[in-house]
Design a protein around this ligand. Sequence first.
Ligand code: NAI
Length: 399
Amino acid sequence: MVIEPIIKGVVARSAHPYGCEASIQNQIQFAKNASQIKNGPKRVLILGASSGFGLAARIALTFGGSQADTIGVSFERGPSDKGVGTAGWYNNIFFKQEAEKEGRTAVNIIGDAFSQDTRDQVIEAIETYFEGEVDLIIYSLASGMRPNPNTGEAWVSSIKPIGDSVTGATITLENDEWVETQIESATQQEIESTIKVMGGSDWESWVDTLINAESIAEGCKTIAFSYIGSEATFPIYRDGTLGWAKVDLHQASHSLNLKLANFNGSAHATVCKALVTKASVFIPTFTPYIIALYKAMKEDGTHEGCIEQMQRLFSDKLYNHEPIPVDSERLIRMDDWEMKPSVQQRVAELMAQMNASNFKEVGDYQGYKQEFMQLNGFNITNVDYQQDIDIEQLSTLQP
Ligand code: NAI
């Protein structure tokens, strides 16, 4: 069969396996040719390893100078009678193939990172493949829900403002439509649930589990990803439910930093740049900002994708630099170029002009959509999209 892109709203309902393979290879090529990571970690656990920042971190650490072995946890679906499977499923398969070609160990654990069963599998894999210890733990989960470990009931996150409602435009990727939206303030319960899902408590519980299992190596670091943004996005992000969850994550980084000090290690929340990922397209009223930002940063020559961000994080900030460069709140700022005053001023100018009829010209909507398609293995150069794909044969490939 020939696999076509199918988008519903902002969700991709199909993925192209060989496009995903080519995308992995392109990212590997970037990491190999970039400024290399020096004195990097050798045994890395990545929670949320199959797409976005987690996948890019895995590629950077394996191929960008550190030659790390990795254990990656993700929640992905393989081919079945319901469909071809998710992009992350194929990313796991093809990443592992490429890593093994270079003699690296790459273990994929597919399961719910919030469950005890997945924790047990990870500890066993650390014993089997890493001689019992990890040097770096990357927490890169983006999920809409998390089961309460005590009751089994789900906490569900809500992406909403707190206090005043927010009005703005959401752009649907399915039909490239600008839709004016109003989002009401979150309730107290929605705020609390979002903090449980996207805040720091699961990160902390993972590190506690690994400390208790004696899986932490001397000098072990941990990082989790955050976002702050600018005035244009404060109402929906920093001052809303997601922003409150991120403050909780920043607080968890401080308590984890104290715990890992016992191992001469550290914990940092790392503030990344706004980028198109499977998760970020869900943030309502955020797209006008991202397409203005893409345009401004491309004009400025400083636009980065996930792989560029992660390679720079490990080569310029987290490794080989003592002390690790942080801001006054002990955050690592990978959004430094996004926040440059000249970039933000250009973003404000573009956003002031942008409307339903001109957003494709004023902002970089084409670049945004292109990156979204590429996340799912489409629109990648040198991939034959007319080829007949044998799903049965694909089913024999295991992550
Ligand atoms: P993504 O959707 O591309 O990746 C999320 C990963 O989590 C995937 O590997 C997925 O399989 C995994 N996952 C989700 N639920 C899981 C579960 N229950 N069990 C196991 N694995 C699960 O997301 P993205 O954007 O890379 O997000 C990662 C982190 O980066 C998030 O904390 C996000 O807030 C943060 N971030 C994202 C920015 C953006 O613009 N995309 C900017 C700054 C921070």
